[in-house]
Design a protein around this ligand. Structure first.
Ligand code: C5P
Length: 225
């Protein structure tokens, strides 16, 4: 372990999936477990940072010692992240934010009608890009880290897609998860590549999310003044 090299630093990390309500009892969600974000929070705590964890739906326990802000929707997550980022040295978007939310949230539980063939049509609208917003509001010296799950396809490799995404989002570091190999959410083992805005590409050896988190903080450290 790297010692207390994050002591005196304030970091804010989002983790887990957002849930986008359809009515009081139903939501659109995703399979994010929150493991990577929670592991990053734990690793930052171990290295002496003050940690705020903005948690959507997560399947793992939150690390003792972190300040936890529980949120449900992408809009709530944006609000919590923007607020916590105001005093943060490092901002990490490890959450799986829903790209879309139902345009309308029904006030009462949506009911079946008597007609067995009848089914409602759900219209979705885009959610804001929280990471892009954080980059826009970045304070001087603040390090902003994004994640990207990419697959290679006809238009380019996962690394090429991630390089383009790093430039598009304007963050300082992008942690690429190559999901081509069929690796899915909820696993503890992971393998990532860290891309930096200066063009540096650092493959991280496969390991537990906790080991990989240490490598991510190692990449953040030289960017901190
Ligand atoms: O564009 P894409 O969803 O692949 O980008 C992934 C990164 O952007 C992750 O860091 C994720 O947390 C963040 N994100 C966001 N707001 C969204 C969608 C993704 O901050 N609406």
């Amino acid at each position: 372990v790297a010692g207390f090299d994050l002591s005196g630093r304030q970091v804010v990390i989002s983790a887990g999936g957002t849930r986008e309500p359809l009515d009081p009892v139903r939501y659109l969600g995703n399979r994010s477990s929150g493991r990577q974000g929670v592991a990053l929070a734990q690793a930052a705590l171990d290295r002496g940072a003050k940690v705020t964890l903005v948690a959507g739906a997560i399947e793992v326990a939150v690390p003792p010692g972190a300040e936890v802000v529980q949120v449900e929707t992408a809009l709530q997550m944006r609000e919590a992240m923007n607020a916590a980022a105001e005093s943060a040295d490092v901002v990490v978007m490890a959450a799986a934010v829903a790209d879309f939310r139902p345009a309308q949230v029904a006030e009462h539980k949506i009911k079946k009608s008597a007609d067995a063939d009848d089914a409602p049509v759900v219209t979705l609208v885009r959610n804001p890009d929280i990471l892009a917003g954080l980059v826009e509001r970045r304070r001087p010296g603040q390090v902003v880290v994004g994640f990207a799950a990419e697959t290679g396809d006809e238009s380019g490799s996962a690394l090429e897609h991630a390089t383009a995404k790093l430039a598009r989002k304007g963050c300082d570091l992008l942690v690429l998860n190559d999901v081509s190999a069929g690796k899915v959410f909820g696993q503890d083992e992971t393998e990532v590549t860290v891309l930096a805005a200066d063009g540096t590409v650092s493959p991280v050896p496969a390991g537990s999310k906790s080991q990989v988190s240490q490598a991510i903080w190692d990449a953040v450290l030289p960017l901190l003044r």
